[in-house]
Design a binder for this molecule. Structure first.
Ligand SMILES: Nc1ncnc2c1ncn2[C@@H]1O[C@H](COP(=O)(O)OP(=O)(O)OP(=O)(O)O)[C@@H](O)[C@H]1O
Ligand SMILES: [Mg+2]
Length: 331
């Protein structure tokens, strides 16, 4: 497989071949550039999250990868085939983009049989993908009776029919309830280790960070970050949720920590502070409080989330990142 130039430019020394690489990929609609000089480098076998705020250019990029939109400029290689010749690789690619069209009166199984016949695929391929997507028990029910989550999973089953090497899913969790999101996550995660490369887009990194081992972030059409999720997580500062024994000590404690170089935000709950380490470890935080006669009733490290990195890189805002005004009480 051809190793794209993009891999060299990211500085990664990974020897893994790339399932998708692009170079200078751009799309203009009229005088608006919506995808701008994007160099993707997605390792084969990765479950790769493709994240960016609404309108960042995710769907347009995906459409270019699938030969549905012609790039204004740039080149690429997908599964060894050239981006400019989609027919050379599309038989190895499965995709779920927007809501797929199925016959409402037919069952899930019948719908897949229709697709199998159209694609000249063996009908025996249908039940294994239904099982894989957790739909076998409901395969005989009419499509119109399916929940949104089941409809999405049928879309994935359809994308899997031809046994693709690359699965591209555009916002598969969109509109799903929390239970549906969990089911969708575990289905996507189950592809890891199968040797299939998965590219899954979302405008919320929190929805997909648990299932991805690689991440590509875009903002306003530009690539702002790509690489292994672990590496990005390691760049995240530790965060602690702490609370003094007496709520009245909260503001004094916040000031002490700020003077020591920490960023301090209000935490959830009375008296609770969210502390971004600023070089201090948990023991240092505890020692500092004790030194000034403040006993802590709570000191716990928060799971390092990629959300902050994502918001910093993409410039989006999150409900759990208070803006400056909300911090006024502590500053
Ligand atoms: N056919 C088109 N003609 C003109 N502009 C378009 C077209 N398709 C997309 N755009 C514009 O390109 C930009 C990127 O859109 P795109 O759908 O790729 O973003 P996205 O990251 O998928 O967003 P979302 O998270 O909302 O799905 C948007 O400003 C959109 O309005
Ligand atoms: Mg989109």
């Amino acid at each position: 497989m051809v190793i794209g130039q993009a891999e060299q430019r990211t500085g990664e020394r990974s020897a893994a071949p790339l399932a998708v690489s692009t170079d200078g990929l751009s799309k203009r609609f009229g005088d608006r550039t919506v995808v701008d000089n994007v160099a993707l480098a997605i390792p084969a076998g990765a479950v790769c999250g493709f994240v960016g705020p609404n309108g960042a250019g995710k769907t347009t990029t995906i459409r270019m990868l699938l030969g549905l939109v012609r790039p204004t400029s740039g080149s690429g290689t997908i599964l060894g085939g050239r981006l400019s010749e989609p027919a050379s690789y599309l038989n190895k690619v499965g995709a779920l983009i927007e809501s797929p069209a199925f016959y409402p009166q037919l069952s899930g199984r019948e719908n897949l049989k229709v697709l199998a016949r159209l694609g000249r695929l063996p009908l025996a391929a249908v039940d294994p993908v239904l099982e894989r997507s957790g739909l076998l028990a409901r395969a005989g029910d009419r499509y119109r009776s399916y929940s949104l989550g089941m409809k999405q999973r049928l879309g994935i089953a359809a994308a899997m029919l031809a046994g693709p090497e690359l699965l591209i899913l555009d916002e598969p969790t969109n509109g799903l309830d929390p239970a549906g999101i969990v089911e969708m996550r575990s289905l996507i995660r189950s592809f890891a280790g199968d040797g299939i490369t998965v590219l899954v887009s979302s405008h919320l990194i929190s929805e997909i960070e648990q299932i991805c081992d690689h991440v590509v972030m875009i903002r306003a059409g530009r690539l702002v970050h790509q690489g292994p999720v672990d590496a990005l997580r390691a760049t995240q500062q530790a965060e602690y949720l702490i609370a003094p024994e007496h709520d009245a000590d909260r503001d004094r404690l916040a000031r002490l920590l700020q003077e020591a170089g920490c960023t301090v935000l209000p935490g959830e709950g009375a008296g609770v502070l969210l502390v971004q380490e600023g070089g201090l470890g948990a023991a240092d935080v505890n020692r500092l409080a004790t030194q000034y006669g403040i006993t802590l009733r709570q000191l716990g490290e928060r799971t390092r989330s990629l959300e902050r990195a994502f918001f910093a890189l993409t410039g989006s805002k999150s409900a759990d990142v208070p803006d400056d005004q909300e911090l006024g009480a502590i500053r």
